[in-house]
Design a protein around this ligand. Structure first.
Ligand SMILES: Nc1nc2c(ncn2[C@@H]2O[C@H](COP(=O)(O)OP(=O)(O)OP(=O)(O)O)[C@@H](O)[C@H]2O)c(=O)[nH]1
Length: 474
């Protein structure tokens, strides 16, 4: 079945025009960068525009509107024409650029999103294959026009286009594909930890890479490229996928710059066209090893995170379970500010199970968790610690706030019946034992829970559907 991107239909003409303008401007700037960094025609190696266009169209498919393609065409053409190229040659070069990008967009569309975003180790193999095909497409156009425009052999045209495209795609695309949440050109970082200062381990990894770069320049020779490998691998084991891709791109640019300026002497004649192309591809392919390591680490970290979540959360109510609560009840958290612990137990819950069945009992538990969560503050910790027993840790609160919250939970249950399905409505009440601790007091987690259990027992004894509060004394 043909896949239709419904988001296309939601764009207004104004948005489509704005998107196209953004694409056109980005491609113009990238083309200018490529032209500007081309020293005396020989090392026109850094041509980011195609990889950036492909990355944009893969990450934001709504940009790949016919107007977006048209704007990209104008972006390429304008950069060429204002830097003195004749329009015939410019159209030929742009056709080569488009052939590669179109092939890449088509093939990436056939892949699952996890592979498009390089989230699985196998994604790196797909990246190699897709960019290989895109570079062959560009190479075929290059081969067709090379004899006419450059008076060279068609075979050389193919090699030149193919190698340059492949090296650029492999270096730049990983950065585009792993860029955290691209929204209108703004980067929204997913986790707080991304904003933290890099830690010592990450700093050392970067230092190892810089050392490798420096050693390569000092020692030189054909092995100099491999000096980057330890630093890159260390980065791959330490940084997130996007950061690793960025570090790889920067180190590749460094190598290309030091070679083109003569700072890095590989001991081979990089002015020889075939040696240069072989070198470019070797550099790009070498970068895939650390990228694959980073991708494996990414998949592993996501798996560990999923397992950790499963181990610390209750699958029925999606709140913390007992181990999750213990993990959060850090002694240092409990020693600094006054806090309260609420032990909640649904009244006569056994009757619900007996009368309506276990499945309805489960619905009551889930609804209780939902109603209770709505009564809590963001900082409160809520866990299911037994069958129909729930525990709430209220950090940094007065005993007034604690008893207010406990009353609110009781009312949230008793005020309106629980609607289990279209025909079943039941009245549910909850008993709550509350213990309040000021910051002077120090108790073990077990002692805290046991004191709350005693208060809960008193609440049950007092007739249920009520809160009993104990002020703990050390
Ligand atoms: N549906 C469902 N029932 C559970 C679950 N875990 C425990 N239970 C049931 O919860 C009931 C707990 O009953 P009791 O501990 O006797 O207490 P109660 O009926 O709530 O009475 P009081 O606490 O004295 O008001 C038992 O029938 C358990 O089988 C669960 O995950 N789902």
């Amino acid at each position: 079945m043909k896949h239709v991107d419904v988001t296309d239909f939601r764009l207004t003409p104004g948005q489509i025009l704005l998107n196209a303008t953004v694409v056109g401007v980005i491609i113009f700037l990238c083309s200018m960068l490529g032209i500007w960094t081309r020293p005396s025609g020989l090392l026109a190696a850094f041509w980011p525009a195609n990889a950036v266009l492909l990355g944009l169209f893969v990450r934001l498919p709504k940009l790949a509107h016919p107007l977006g393609w048209g704007a990209a065409f104008l972006g390429y053409l304008t950069a060429d024409l204002i830097t003195g190229m004749n329009w015939e040659l410019s159209v030929f070069l742009t056709a080569g650029n488009f052939a590669g990008v179109a092939m890449g967009v088509f093939l990436f569309k056939q892949l699952a999103e996890k592979h498009r975003l390089l989230k699985q180790p196998l994604s790196i193999i797909y990246l190699i294959l897709v960019t290989l095909a895109a570079s062959v497409a560009a190479g075929i156009v290059g081969m067709a026009g090379f004899p006419y425009f450059f008076d060279g052999l068609a075979k050389d045209g193919f090699i030149y286009w193919f190698a340059t495209e492949w090296a650029n795609y492999l270096a730049i695309l990983p950065v585009m594909l792993t860029l955290p949440r691209l929204r209108l050109g703004l980067i929204r970082l997913r986790r707080k930890q991304d904003c933290h200062l890099i830690n010592l381990h990450q700093g050392l990894a970067l230092l190892a890479l810089i050392l490798g770069m420096g050693l390569g320049v000092v020692i030189g020779g054909p092995g100099a490229l491999a000096f980057l490998v330890p630093g890159l691998l260390w980065c791959a084991l330490t940084y997130r996928l996007f950061t690793t891709a960025l570090v790889i791109l920067c180190s590749n640019i460094w190598v290309m710059l030091t070679i083109s300026t003569g700072l890095l002497d590989l001991g081979v004649n990089v002015r020889d066209f075939l040696i240069l192309e072989s070198f470019r591809m070797g550099l790009a392919l070498q970068s895939l090893a650390p990228l694959a390591v980073a991708s494996v680490m990414n998949a592993r970290n996501e798996l560990v995170e999923q397992l950790r979540h499963l181990a610390t959360h209750d699958s029925l109510t999606h709140i913390l379970n007992r181990p999750g609560l213990y993990e959060k009840m850090q002694p240092e958290l409990l020693s600094k500010k006054p806090y309260a612990l609420l032990m909640c137990d649904i009244d006569h819950f056994k009757l619900v199970n007996d009368q309506y069945g276990h499945a309805c009992g489960d619905l009551v538990l889930a609804e209780f968790a939902k109603r209770t969560s709505a009564c809590l503050r963001e900082s409160d910790i809520f866990a299911r610690v037994g069958g129909e027993e729930f525990c709430i840790l209220l950090t940094d609160c007065s005993h007034h706030i604690a008893s207010d919250i406990a009353d609110r939970i009781c009312q949230a249950c008793s005020n309106s019946p629980f609607q289990l399905n279209e025909s079943i409505q039941i009245d549910v009440t909850v008993s709550i034992g509350l213990v309040y601790f000021d910051e002077q007091q120090s108790f073990s987690i077990e002692a805290i829970l046991s004191l709350a259990d005693e208060a809960l027992y008193d609440a049950k004894e007092s007739g249920r559907n009520c809160v009993v509060m104990n002020l703990a004394s050390a």
